[in-house]
Structures are given as C-alpha cells and as structure tokens.
Design a protein around this ligand. Structure first.
Ligand code: LLP
Length: 421
C-alpha cells in the first residue's frame, strides 16, 4: 500500500497535490512519501517479529540523505557497497555498527574507513579480498568481522542483468570453495568470521529461489559447525520483488515465514538487505509534457516528449523495466487520446520511459511515473549535460526538498580548459 492517491481527479502525495510540488520545484522531480516508506519498513519489520533479525536497507536502491535518515530513525541498518554510501549513511545519522559492506571490489581506503567507523560486517566476495581485508585490519591493529558471500548457484528467474546467484555471475564465492576459505579466514589474525551471506538477484517474484539458496547456505553452516567454525548470523541479501505492472511477488509475511520455517530453532541472527521492496513504491518521478508528436495515421507511433529522460530513470532502457505512467490531473488541458510512447529529449532511440500507453495528453500536462523510488535517482546520470532532478519528500501536508535540482554550474564543477589554450 502506498500514499499516492487521487482526490477529485488530482494525484496527491499524502496530503499534498503533486501539481503543487511541480509548481514549486519544477520538473522532473522525484517525490517520496514518508508515510509509505515508514509503512513498508514497519510491515517488513513486523513480518520478522518472531525472529532475531536486522534489516539493512540496500543504499544502492535509494541513497538520498532524507530517505536514509528516515529509515535510520525507524531503526534500520544499512547494506553499503562503497565508501560513498558509507558516508551517506553516517551523514544521515545511521549507526555504523549496523552496517554490512557488500561488493566485489572494495578498495583499501574503503576497507580502512569501514574499520575505522566500526561496521558490523564485511561481506567478502573473493579469496583476494579476504587477504586484503586481513592485511588492512592487521596493519590497523584491529580484527575485521567478516562473512563470506557465498554464490549458491541458483537461478533467481529474473532479468539476467539483475540475477546474481549463478555460478556464471561475478558475485560471491563458489559454495564448494566456501569451507576451505572459512578455515583459512579463521587462521588469519586480522579476521573474525561471524556469518555467511548470499544475494541471488533482484525483483524476485517467487519464493522458490530464496528457499533453494537458504537451504544450501544452512547446509554449509552445518558443515562448518562440524569443523568447529560456529557462525552467528545468516544474511539472506535482498531481492524481494514489487508490483510494477501485474507481478504478484510474495508478501513480506510470506517471505518471512518461509525463512523462519527454514531457520527453525537455530541460534542464528537473520540479516536482510532489502532495497526495492521498501523504496520502490514510496517514490514517483514527476515530469511535464513538453510537446506532442503524433503520427500521421492512427497506426503510426505517437510520441509525447517529456522533460524526464533515460538519464533520470534508466530502468526502461536498461532492463525493459515497465513503469506505470499516470496523469497528475486527468485531462488537465483536454488533449489527444492516443497510445503514446513517453520519450525524453535525449538523442537515443532507447530514451523512453514507457511505450504505447493510452493517455489523453496535451502540452504542459504533468505525468507521474510510478514505482520509481528504488533504482531511480541512484542510477541517474548527467548524460546530454542534463542536471539531475530535484528530490522532494512529503510528510503529511508538508513538502521538503531533500535534494536541490542540480544547476548548470554543478554540471561543470571541477572542469577546466587546458591552461595553454
Ligand atoms: N544486497 C546486495 C548485495 C545487492 O546486490 C542488492 C541489489 C541488494 C541487496 C538489494 O536488492 P533489492 O532488495 O533491491 O532487490 N538496478 C536494478 C537492480 C539492481 C540490484 C542490484 N543489487 C533495477 O533497477 O532493477
């Protein structure tokens, strides 16, 4: 459930008309709903209430300081993949002791900073990284808490670009290698193996791949225990899908009870790294129709050129992502009813937000792209020298600018001509 609803034909974010947000902050603008984020976090947390658990929000899904701060206040931990995400969490008021650090290529300076602030755990993705973290920790005179990210070789049945738990993917340590590496980690003075981790993919719409992965990981935990390596947590990653169109992903309650059932009465803390399921439906991208380019005949393509583009929301171009596009005010200016392709001004054929959507549109109409709160702004770029959008968080009847729109000066910051030209 979310808090973007129509009242008298006008779209509201909580108690604020979306048109008022566009008026004040212009477009394109990402709009988040604090009540929706809060609700999603609480539903997820309550579904896990019978289990010793820690929710570590995947910052890559939405790294806005306002979003992270709200989640930190709700008690969330964080899953990070770079020192940039680490500093964002710290700036937002997140607790470093509730941070897990994932990612296949952690640099030495990133490891140093994470050790300095005392994160909860490094999710180690390779043998080389194990040696690197050990060396850094020893040099700093500390012991790094680690878990191995194990690649359980299961097919998550999602888009190949966001499937991560197959042997052919670059992620994690092959499950057959894991026992030997835990034994090696236990011998290294700079490391303390405390858990095991996996993440098999994103936008998962069935429980079967999660079950397969958890079963394989639990079997590994048992084999390790038999060799005297006792782990205290299992991190099952993120990946729970959401409804963009007509998907019916498992509910957080179904997901939680499947995991709880598998864990049984093992004395293991459960760590989860949800991103999309918390943030996606808590955000929309608001854009304005610049101009219309209807085809000559009904069967031709009809283009509505809007002021948001693939640089603002790349999911349609990159993964064939389908996002619902709705009017901010139905028939605001009358207009033409067609099956419109909603396209941006960027010089690429792949620059579309949606295709073939039956809408009545006129110049200046506002549209809202739904389910844009995860992997929306975080994947935005400056392609075609386009400043990145503003981000606004609505709390009840108040709008807060949680990130100002970039300026043209921001675009050129740090650049200069050669001195001799
Ligand atoms: N943990 C790890 C280690 C991850 O790699 C990811 C996502 C997550 C947690 C969070 O997964 P989620 O709960 O959000 O599914 N840009 C793509 C999604 C990429 C996901 C990358 N990893 C998209 O827009 O669909």
């Amino acid at each position: 459930m979310d808090h973007f609803d129509y009242r008298d034909g006008a779209l509201y974010a909580e108690d604020v008309p979306v048109a008022d947000i566009a008026e004040r902050f212009s477009t394109p603008t990402y709009v988040y709903s604090a009540a929706t984020l809060t609700r999603h976090y609480r539903v997820f947390d309550e579904a896990l209430s019978g289990i010793d658990h820690e929710i570590c929000f995947a910052v890559k899904a939405n790294g806005n300081i306002g979003v992270l701060g709200l989640l930190a206040d709700l008690g969330s931990g964080f899953d990070i993949v770079s020192v940039g995400e680490l500093e964002r969490v710290i700036t937002a008021g997140g607790d470093p002791a509730r941070i897990v650090f994932s990612g296949v290529g952690k640099r030495v300076d990133e490891i140093e900073r994470a050790l300095e602030v005392g994160i909860a755990c490094f999710n180690v993705e390779s043998e080389a990284e194990l040696a690197r973290i050990d060396a850094v920790a020893q040099r700093l005179g500390v012991v790094a808490p680690i878990s191995l990210r194990v690649n359980p070789d299961v097919d998550a049945q999602t888009h190949p670009y966001i499937s991560t738990g197959l042997k052919e993917n670059k992620f994690g340590i092959a499950i057959e290698r894991a026992e030997a590496l835990y034994a090696e980690a236990a011998e290294r003075p700079g490391l303390f193996p405390i858990g095991v981790d996996c993440h098999i993919g994103s936008q998962l719409t069935t429980l079967a791949p999660f079950r397969d992965a958890v079963a394989r990981i639990l079997a590994l935990i048992d084999r390790l225990a038999a060799h005297g390596i006792e782990l205290s947590h299992i991190d099952v990653g993120g990946g729970l899908g959401v409804c963009y169109r007509d998907e019916t992903p498992p509910t957080p309650a179904e997901y939680a009870s499947a995991i709880a059932e598998m864990l049984g009465d093992r004395p293991l803390k459960l760590i989860l790294e949800p991103g999309r399921v918390l943030a996606a439906n808590a955000g929309i991208l608001v854009t304005r129709v610049e101009l219309l380019k209807p085809g000559a005949s009904e069967t031709d393509k009809h283009f509505a050129v809007v002021d948001a583009a693939m640089n603002d929301l790349i999911r349609p171009a990159l993964y064939d992502g389908w996002h619902r596009v709705v009017p901010v005010k139905a028939n605001a200016h009358g207009g033409q009813t067609r099956a419109w392709d909603i396209v941006g001004p960027i010089c690429e054929t792949g620059d579309f937000l949606a295709q073939g959507r039956k809408l009545t549109l006129a110049e200046d109409d506002l549209l809202a792209v739904r389910t844009a709160g995860a992997y929306g702004f975080t994947m935005a770029s400056n392609y075609n020298a386009r400043p990145r959008a503003a981000e606004v968080m609505v709390v009840g009847d108040t709008m807060h600018e949680v990130r100002a729109r970039e300026t043209l000066a921001d675009l050129m910051r740090g650049e200069r001509r050669l001195p001799f030209t």
